[in-house]
Design a protein around this ligand. Structure first.
Ligand code: NAD
Ligand code: TYD
Length: 363
């Protein structure tokens, strides 16, 4: 039996991880620490049994120390972060505060409680991104764990710094850490500022689908449940001090993802006549193709061209393998957004609306 502290557990991947862990490790205790920024959503944890939610900031070292001591926590799974590249371009300071200072605060608390204790096993698992490795050319080999760091956005630079801190706390102080660097996730509970949920919801409302630049940027798409599986494998079988790359093996240009999305929305409206009444502004409601909403907008500054993951180490050492291909994972995700309109309507009622207006009005 283990006692987990999940930071950022009200965010997209954190909430999926909490549901995943509760279903597979029912004897463990799970405490979520989340500051409920714009991306945090308590509703995403609805239905997860026996989860103790603490609203608080990872930068509050004293709070984290108290949680670790009082709850006998032996594993931290660290998701909390500012996570959206476009926001990092408009306001990098929050990324430095949360991703770098916040990670240092957590490491400080873990060190002071765990390393001053009786030497019981512990684990600090750091959830990071493939974006720390920078951008690949079309013919370059995919990112491996030994690829040199070359972050290009304020987001990826702040995540790179946090990765280095985690590494240093292991080498200098002996903290038992693992890190996973993962490719682009998609799935339930993703905040509708990222490509897939933004475009799905825009398609349902007949709003433009803003494609940055030529739309030929390549990402390696991974269903979030497979990411959770990879983190579980790293927690249970990863060697302290090691880094594992987690990917989906589904490299696709954005335009292919968007075309899949448009066709799937069209097919959903054909298959379910009630959708036309629910979403009358969708082109598909009147038999028109969703693809007519595709709109070219100016490119993201510093936009990374291609990410791809070499996941052989995770496969060999952890027995990790993604279970879903993109077609299956995307179909499940579309169904989730259609079945959970209440979740994303609640998000749209909040600060998201102002963000979209300010971000896209200028384009
Ligand atoms: P998210 O933005 O959806 O959620 C972040 C969560 O962290 C929110 O619940 C927010 O309230 C919380 N948070 C932010 N600042 C906090 C603070 N100071 N103290 C406590 N909580 C705070 O992010 P996500 O997409 O779920 O990503 C989770 C992690 O996975 C991040 O570290 C991100 O870098 C990493 N990651 C994401 C992806 C992806 O495709 N989304 C891919 C690879 C890695
Ligand atoms: P995003 O979901 O923001 O993830 P990341 O920047 O971390 O890869 O974007 C995925 C890709 O989609 C990226 O190449 C940028 C592109 N994109 C658009 O073309 N339009 C959009 O409105 C958004 C949000 C993203």
């Amino acid at each position: 039996m283990s006692h987990l502290l999940v930071t950022g557990g009200a965010g997209f991947i954190g909430a999926n991880f909490v549901h995943y862990w509760r279903a597979r490790h029912p004897d463990d205790t799970v405490t979520v620490l989340d500051a409920l920024t714009y991306a945090g959503n308590r509703a995403s944890l609805a239905g997860a049994n026996a989860v103790d939610f603490v609203e608080g900031d990872i930068r509050d070292t004293a709070l984290v120390e108290t949680l670790l001591r009082d709850r006998g926590i032996d594993r931290i799974v660290h998701f909390a972060a500012e996570s959206h590249v476009d926001r990092s371009i408009h306001g990098p300071a929050a990324f430095i505060d949360t991703n770098i200072i916040g990670t240092m605060s957590l490491l400080t608390a873990a060190r002071s409680v765990w390393l001053a204790g009786d030497g019981s096993p512990h684990r600090f698992h750091h959830v990071s991104t493939d974006e720390v490795y920078g951008s690949l050319g079309a013919e370059d080999p995919p990112f491996s764990e030994s690829t040199a760091y070359a972050p290009n956005s304020p987001y990826s630079a702040s995540k790179a710094a946090s990765d280095h801190l985690v590494r240093a706390w292991h080498h200098t102080y002996g903290l038992e850490v693992t890190t996973t660097n993962c490719s682009n996730n998609y799935g339930p509970y993703q905040f509708p500022e990222k490509l897939i949920p933004l475009f799905l919801i825009n398609a349902l409302h007949g709003r433009p689908l803003p494609i940055y630049g030529d739309g030929m940027q390549i990402r390696d798409w991974l269903h979030v449940e497979d990411h959770c599986r990879g983190i579980e494998a790293a927690l249970l079988r990863g060697r302290p001090g090691e880094v594992y790359n987690i990917g989906g093996g589904a490299e696709m240009p954005n335009i292919a993802v968007i075309d899949t999305l448009c066709s799937a929305v069209d097919a959903a409206f054909v298959g379910d006549p009630t959708l036309a009444a629910r979403f009358p502004d969708a082109p598909a409601a009147s038999g028109k193709p969703t693809s007519r909403l595709k709109t070219s907008v100016s490119d993201r500054p510093g936009h990374d061209r291609r990410y791809a993951i070499d996941e052989r180490k995770a496969r060999a050492e952890l027995g990790y393998a993604p279970a879903r291909d993109f077609a299956t994972g995307f179909a499940a995700t579309l169904n989730w957004y259609l079945d959970n309109e209440g979740w994303w309507r609640g998000v749209l009622d909040g600060s998201y609306r102002t963000w979209v207006e300010t971000n896209y009005a200028a384009r």
